[in-house]
Design a protein around this ligand. Structure first.
Ligand code: SAM
Ligand code: SF4
Length: 335
């Protein structure tokens, strides 16, 4: 195999998350609160976005450097016109785990085309099964039923489905057990995510975080669980299976049990900036290199160099001081 760069903590480069748009039709209060992402917010212009050709080229270089997992995200990736064309281009890059994270709002219509284009699996975000709670969290009153239809359509198209649920104390934590019960036995794995201090707009406070251990205990008390091994090295979710054999859940404890030590993930923003951490304040401008006519070798050298200088471990260092530091928004960098 070709050269695989390692960073200053010895971590290889394995995953790339690609944000295809910074726009979204939801205004989740923990991600794109209306007060900040309202009418006057300056979203990127179309000419600022990487084209599909540019994304494919960057992705090919990353694959050459050892990346084996590509995930399309955003903003809402299904808002990018003809995104299935991009999926088809990336699917041709080789034996790559090609996934997408979506709010599911357009999945019912798009699932067959995504599956046909070569998407391997999909993660659908759904924070509550209660319309009132979900509507308040997405802040556009988007109904639960439409997301569930998207999940069904994805499964019908043959895509394995995971569900992401961000848990916020006093907002949707009362529905965690219902969420687990609803998907138990369906084959869809729900992953409960600790609310994180990404970006600078959501007014994050530690008191709003429900620790993963508490989530597992609440579910275990009703539907007994046992821990299982990670599916692969560096998996961020901790896995638990139901003792009755009816499936599994995961928890992503990025706040209470940070996993920086095994983080092999880079992120490409919609305008082509490369970030080596979700909590980074600054990215590296790959679009400038692409548009200045850099060769594949030059791109490879630049990306390997950025990775080799990487020493990020924000979540391990998280403290009152780091929480207030400038950071990019998750909708921009790609969650
Ligand atoms: C930024 S979204 C982008 C993709 C798509 N719009 C979606 O919602 O699935 C990716 C994931 O990040 C999660 N997320 C956003 N803000 C978060 C926060 N402050 N803490 C934890 N997870 C967050 C979302 O719930 C979603 O599952
Ligand atoms: S979490 Fe996803 S759906 Fe919600 S506002 Fe952020 S990008 Fe949009």
């Amino acid at each position: 195999m070709s050269y695989v760069p390692a960073d200053t903590l010895g971590r290889p480069l394995r995953d790339l998350r690609i944000s295809v748009t910074d726009r979204c039709n939801f205004r989740c209060t923990y991600c794109m609160p209306k007060e900040v992402f309202g009418r006057d917010y300056a979203f990127l212009e179309r000419s600022e976005l990487l084209t599909f050709e540019e994304i494919e080229r960057v992705a090919r270089v990353f694959v050459g450097l050892g990346v084996r997992k590509l995930r399309l995200t955003g903003g809402e990736p299904l808002l990018r016109r003809d995104v299935e064309e991009l999926v088809a281009r990336l699917a041709r890059l080789g034996d790559i785990d090609l996934a997408m994270t979506t709010n599911g709002s357009a999945l019912r219509a798009k699932a067959p085309a995504l599956a046909a284009a070569g998407l391997r699996r999909v993660t659908v975000s759904l924070d509550s099964l209660d319309d009132e709670v979900f509507g308040a969290m997405n802040d556009v009153n988007f109904p639960v039923a439409r997301v569930l239809e998207g999940i069904e359509a994805a499964a019908a198209a043959g895509l394995p489905v995971k569900i992401n649920t961000v848990v916020q104390r006093g907002v949707n934590d009362a529905g965690v057990v219902d969420m687990a019960r609803f998907f138990k036995g369906t084959g869809h794995v729900v992953r409960f995510i600790e609310y994180m201090d990404v970006g600078a707009s959501n007014g994050w406070r530690m008191e709003d975080v429900v620790p993963a251990a508490e989530i597992v205990a609440a579910i275990d008390a009703r539907m007994p669980l046992e821990p299982i091994e990670p599916a692969y090295p560096g998996e961020v979710a901790r896995r638990y299976r139901y003792r009755d054999g009816s499936g599994e859940i995961g928890v992503i404890a990025s706040v209470t049990r940070p996993f920086c030590r095994s983080c092999t993930r880079a992120r490409l923003s919609a305008e082509g900036k490369l970030y080596t951490c979700l909590f980074a304040a600054r990215g590296h401008d790959l679009r400038a290199l692409l548009r200045a006519g850099a060769s594949d070798d030059e791109l490879t050298g630049a990306i390997a160099g950025i990775w080799e200088r990487r020493g990020d471990r924000y979540s391990e260092l998280r403290s009152a001081a780091t929480t207030g530091m400038p950071k990019v928004e998750m909708s921009y960098i790609g969650g």
